[in-house]
Design a protein around this ligand. Structure first.
Ligand SMILES: [Zn+2]
Length: 160
């Protein structure tokens, strides 16, 4: 059967040549996050090209998830910072980030801003989460810019 998956590609993204794991099902196919976010298949090659150009980062994120948590602060986190800097992406080094979000205070019913500090130098999971999100955002943006318009507009035209 032609559409029967082998063990080798059962977890692969449906987009040809994509190095990422498939995590979203769209229609009959499983896709990675950035490919699933782009409705127009004509824009998929740009996403794939961006992801393949950052395969060094995808591998590093996968490795970081399996590092002993006790070896991350000061040790592996410093190695990760040096690694991304060598690739010209010191902006992706583990750091302490201030994040804030609007939440509804259950007592007063008011919307309030909740802020907290995420210390990626103390937690590989926090670093992996931010950097993977940044990579996916860049891949989606690369496809949108190539199309010269937002991805959702391109998708509407494709369906028409
Ligand atoms: Zn993909």
């Amino acid at each position: 059967m032609s559409d029967q998956l082998t063990d080798a590609n059962a977890f692969a993204c449906y987009a040809v040549g994509c190095p990422c794991w498939a995590v979203h099902k769209r229609g009959a196919h499983w896709m990675c996050v950035p490919h699933a976010a782009i409705d127009d298949p004509r824009a998929w090659p740009q996403v794939t090209a961006h992801l393949r150009a950052h395969f060094w980062l995808i591998k590093a994120l996968a490795r970081a998830q399996h590092i002993d948590p006790h070896k991350w602060p000061g040790g592996a986190s410093a190695d990760a910072a040096a690694f991304v800097s060598r690739h010209g992406r010191s902006d992706l080094a583990p750091t302490r980030c201030q994040v804030s979000r609007m939440i509804r205070d259950r007592l007063t019913g008011q919307d309030v801003t909740q802020s907290r500090t995420l210390d990626e130098t103390a937690s590989a999971a926090l670093w992996v989460n931010r950097v993977r999100g940044a990579l996916y955002d860049e891949a989606i943006k690369a496809a949108s810019e190539k199309a010269g318009r937002p991805a959702d507009h391109a998708a509407q035209e494709y369906q028409a």
